[in-house]
Design a protein around this ligand. Structure first.
Ligand code: NAI
Length: 257
């Protein structure tokens, strides 16, 4: 096999259509870049269309793939319906969904406001359900697909001061297992990643003390990168994971062993 043939065969998502939610930065953007680098047509979705348009152009130039921007607020059923409607019109289907959009609002249980509870569940849990609903219909028409949900190590272990976030992310693991069972007959795989502590704007929103405490708890003694998580998302999205469904894979540098 020639070098170029070998490189081409390593483009694991050639000809596939992928949607990444919350793709303007962090883990979402790194995943979108990697999926596009592996040949997928990628929809960079989020709430700030102008920013997404500029990013889509940049990612497309870097990867040579078709990359589109898409307005999609995962908490708004009308926005979700409209976004999936345009993917359907443009591609007649979808192969990969990365449910990445998420928010973090830390507070001790006595201090959590109802509004924050609703926001966190609205994005992290209901957002995942809304997108899975539409994606599963489009994937079924295509004869299968792969959904990758971004949960969190906190959804597995829990954490003081993070009851709401932990609940919203544990729910994502429940969704993953349930939909894996429900959608397997349609050849739709549903898996999750559970990142540990990853160097993004979300992690940098913690106080310096909490930030250091988290880094110290990592066995590999370094914070993870968005690319560390994107690699596992690519694996789960690709044919390499063809016989893997219902799993939650930790990406945490050994935080949880
Ligand atoms: P980030 O804050 O950089 O990115 C989150 C993205 O979600 C942003 O682009 C934001 O605009 C978008 N978003 C928020 N609400 C939205 C909505 N209603 N509709 C559409 N998009 C929306 O954070 P990061 O770190 O890249 O997080 C990505 C995912 O990884 C999240 O689900 C987060 O909970 C999860 N995660 C992150 C960890 C970390 O240490 N950074 C650890 C474990 C999980």
């Amino acid at each position: 096999m020639s070098g170029s043939e070998s490189a081409a065969s390593n483009r694991w998502l050639q000809g596939k259509v992928a949607l990444v939610t919350g793709a303007a930065r962090g883990i979402g953007l790194a995943s979108a870049r990697l999926l596009a680098g592996h040949g997928a047509t990628v929809y960079l979705s989020g709430r700030r269309l102008e920013l997404l348009e500029a990013l889509a152009q940049e990612v497309s130039e870097q990867s040579g793939a078709v990359v589109r921007s898409l307005l999609l607020d995962v908490t708004d059923p009308a926005s979700v319906s409209k976004a999936f409607g345009s993917i359907h019109r443009e591609n007649k289907g979808l192969d990969v969904l990365v449910n990445n959009a998420g928010v973090l609002k830390d507070a001790l249980i006595g201090m959590v406001g109802a509004e924050d509870m609703a926001t966190v569940f609205g994005v992290n849990t209901f957002g995942v359900l809304h997108c899975c609903q539409y994606a599963s219909r489009l994937m079924a028409r295509r004869g299968g697909g792969s959904i990758v949900n971004v949960s969190s190590i906190i959804g597995v272990t829990g954490n003081a001061g993070q009851a709401v976030y932990a609940a919203s992310k544990s729910a994502v693991i429940g969704i993953t297992k349930s939909l894996a069972k429900e959608l397997a007959p349609q050849n739709i795989r549903v898996n999750a990643v559970a990142p540990g502590f990853i160097d993004t704007d979300m992690a940098r929103s913690l106080s310096p003390e909490k930030f250091q405490e988290r880094v110290d708890s990592i066995k590999m003694k370094r914070i993870g990168t968005a690319e560390d998580v994107a690699g596992v998302i690519l694996f789960l999205a690709s044919p390499l994971a063809e016989y893997v469904t219902g799993q939650t894979i930790g990406v945490d540098g050994g935080m949880l062993i």
